[in-house]
Write a protein that binds this ligand. Structure first.
Ligand code: ADP
Ligand code: MG
Length: 709
């Protein structure tokens, strides 16, 4: 049996299929099965993937500098010949340093690599090499010029055309293949297979936006010849980059336009807004709604009355009061005889919502249930029989076995953890229920509109009155005593305190231990205070008890891992200490801080940080100290992290943006968006553009259904 298999396998690998853009890269000259496995790690399977694997930077090797032209302190690139190479072991620390001396007739240059003795085998005397790194060394000493850990590339005479004397692309590589090897492969691919790329954009679009044809743009991305300003290339602002960025945005926005179109065409529930329950609720609240809350509620009511399913994003900073808005909308659904559900990203948050909402509607006589992955039996039955009118839960809500009797409204809290795809899943739980998404991830408005182009957006830009700004300050380990006395002051004023420990997956156990140790230490420091501990590993019941004790004031100090990130509401808590603040992301720090400052007291957020830490961490801490405004924080976060990471496009189920940058290319995004929406408006099934249609479906990996025009 095995023999037969082998034979057929052999036969297959000898057979060269006709080359198309879908041909597996292993059939390409210079690849083969072993290397194609390596390429697969870079996401390259077929020829098209290879051609669309773009460099992350460019190097100008047209005018490589001579050694005597190198300037100190700059990153420079030079080509020279190896004169000598040796491994030196430092006497004290036993560190191995690999050192070479190179020359190019104009001078000498030393290069050192630390703890990489294996480099020895690459450098023979006489070997030509390109070195790129920061030029160091004392100009007044004899030791001359040096580079530490430079990037290097060995060059042979045959390499002249691909790897030198031009602007060369530098690719992200992986174990088993070097940037240079990828460059060679790419050179062959571009020369032989460029013709396989079809331009799927209609001629008139290219004209309107002054875009290059696709094959030419791909070629220029790899081996720039027409446009050779290396600084612009590295900024991603060449005409080729613009073409590819346009494509990414256009395909993204086409998809969003289509999703929106489809929803508009669908029949939804037309709710009657009589506000019997709503008025009762509002009368029982201890506060007046803010203007922004009233405005958003009015927008929701008008959506719910329309016979088209609502698809609205509510966007407002932590603490602006989104929960009441959610509750009001749920009551409208319930008044109309429908069920409403609220889905939260974590179990703890779902519990908190459940407890809060339960309390708010106690007097209304409604049945509300909690469904998480740890609930069994009963809630599922209540949901399917329709006795549960309001359902609060986690992802568990969209599981197969959960059947709603009559779901009319689904609310998703914290949109950044759910995506387009999950939204579709929840929609299937009812007959086109209305959908409301609430997010505290502040995104600049223009971006929100373009990115969530299929949603209507409401913004809450007003916090309830009586909130005081939170004083935020970075502390270092040497200032522990100062922190303890600040905590003591707050406690003696009758306030409560959060102490947050990081919980990072790789070191989960360790972090958990430090939170437990932290709680023990605090008990000793404040022997007359009650210290509680919550973390993600606790059973729900235990956690609920501790949370309830904190809320009621029985516990003074709550030590927690980041499970408290969202949704917890204890107005009497006025101080938060975040331990290892340098390890947290900016959005997360801002979310955490939003837990305090809710009771009208002066509040303090202390960021305990342990140096040394990265430049980025420094910027995050600084941003926290300097502003409490979620939108400013978001902009800073975007700048620090870069947009790809910020939006987590992969998770959210929308196509990747690889070339396009939402900030840098905002103008391209806007024109691509307009174009895309016009296209879908005119011809939602893209009948006249089969190639574009195929590309679109591929990009969205089958998650889009085209609408008949
Ligand atoms: P978030 O938008 O972060 O989800 P919440 O809905 O949890 O905010 O509200 C934060 C706190 O503000 C809660 O204690 C809530 O009761 C309170 N709150 C909401 N709206 C108002 C208001 N209009 N006036 C005063 N307090 C309010
Ligand atoms: Mg909330």
């Amino acid at each position: 049996m095995d023999k037969v298999k082998n034979l057929t396998h052999k036969k297959n690998s000898n057979y060269t299929p006709q080359i198309t853009k879908d041909t597996h890269v292993q059939y390409m000259k210079g690849v083969g099965p072993a290397r194609s496995k390596i390429l697969e790690r870079l996401g390259i399977k077929i020829l098209e993937d290879l051609l669309f694997y773009f460099p992350w930077r460019y190097e100008d090797r047209k005018s490589l500098k001579k050694i005597n032209e190198l300037s100190y302190g700059n990153i420079e690139t030079t080509m020279c010949e190896v004169l000598s190479a040796e491994v030196i072991t430092t006497p004290r620390k036993k560190m191995k340093i690999f050192e070479i001396t190179v020359t190019d007739q104009t001078g000498f240059l030393k290069s050192k690599w630390f703890n990489q003795p294996y480099l020895e085998r690459y450098f023979r005397k006489g070997q030509k090499v390109i070195l790129s790194g920061v030029v160091k060394g004392n100009p007044y000493s004899r030791s001359g010029l040096e580079m530490e850990n430079p990037d290097f590339e060995l060059v042979g005479d045959e390499d002249k055309f691909i790897h030198t004397s031009r602007i060369v692309p530098v690719y992200k590589a992986t174990e088993g293949i070097s940037p240079k090897q990828i460059r060679t492969l790419m050179f062959n691919a571009v020369n032989n297979y460029l013709f396989l790329i079809d331009d799927y954009l209609p001629e008139e679009v290219l004209k309107r936006h002054g875009l290059k044809p696709l094959p030419g743009a791909v070629k220029e991305m790899h081996f720039p010849e027409e446009f050779t300003d290396v600084a612009s290339l590295n900024k991603g602002s060449s005409p080729a980059h613009r073409r590819l960025a346009f494509d990414e945005f256009f395909l993204l926005e086409l998809g969003l336009a289509l999703l929106k179109k489809k929803e508009v065409l669908e029949h939804g529930i037309s709710f009657k807004v009589e506000n019997y329950l709503v008025d009762k609720l509002l009368k029982s609240l201890p506060f007046q709604l803010t203007g922004a809350q009233k405005r958003v509620i009015a927008e929701i009511m008008s959506d719910m009355q329309r016979p088209v399913p609502m698809n609205r994003l509510i966007h407002g900073d932590v603490g602006c009061g989104k929960t009441v808005i959610a509750l009001v909308s749920m009551l409208i659904a319930v008044e109309n005889g429908y069920q409403a559900c609220l889905m939260a990203p974590t179990e703890l948050l779902a519990e908190q919502h459940f407890i809060n909402i339960h309390k708010m509607i106690e007097t209304l006589g409604l049945k509300i249930v909690l469904l998480t992955s740890s609930s069994k039996g009963k809630p599922v039955d209540d949901i399917s029989q329709g006795t549960a009118q309001i359902v609060i839960g986690t992802h568990a809500l969209i599981q197969e076995q959960v059947k709603f009797n009559k779901l009319g409204l689904a609310i998703i809290d914290e949109q950044h953890k759910f995506g387009v795809v999950q939204r579709a899943n929840i929609r299937r739980k009812g007959f086109n229920p209305d959908i409301l998404i609430m997010t505290a991830t502040p995104i600049p408005r223009t971006l929100a509109i373009t990115l969530y182009g299929d949603l209507d957006i409401s913004i809450i830009d007003e916090l309830p009155s009586g909130r005081k700004p939170i004083i935020t300050k970075v502390f270092f380990p040497a200032q522990k005593d100062r922190i303890y006395s600040l905590i003591k002051d707050e406690l003696s004023k009758g306030r409560q305190v959060y102490i947050v420990y990081p919980l990072i997956e790789e070191s989960e156990k360790l972090d958990l231990k430090s939170a437990i140790d932290g709680a023990e230490a605090l008990k000793k420091i404040y022997p007359d205070r009650k210290v509680g501990l919550v973390h993600g590993r606790m059973l729900r019941d235990e956690r609920e008890i501790v949370m309830a004790q904190f809320k009621s004031g029985e516990i003074d100090i709550l030590v927690a891992t980041t499970v408290i990130e969202v949704g917890i509401d204890v107005p009497n808590a006025s101080l938060m200490l975040i331990v290892h603040a340098e390890r947290f992301g900016l959005a997360q720090l801002h979310q955490l801080r939003g837990r305090i400052g809710r009771g009208g007291y002066d509040s303090y957020c202390l960021l305990m940080s342990y140096p040394p830490f990265s430049e980025e961490a420094k910027r995050r801490l600084k941003a926290m100290e300097s502003t409490g405004d979620g939108f400013k924080i978001a902009e800073e976060d975007l700048e620090i992290r870069g947009p790809g990471d910020f939006f987590g496009t992969r998770q959210s189920g929308i196509p990747d943006l690889r070339v396009a940058n939402i900030i840098r290319d905002i103008n391209v995004l806007e024109s691509a968006r307009k174009e895309a929406f016009a296209f879908i408006d005119a011809e939602p099934d893209l009948k006249s553009y089969p190639l574009l249609k195929e590309t679109l479906q591929k990009k969205w990996m089958g998650r889009l259904e085209l609408v008949k025009s």
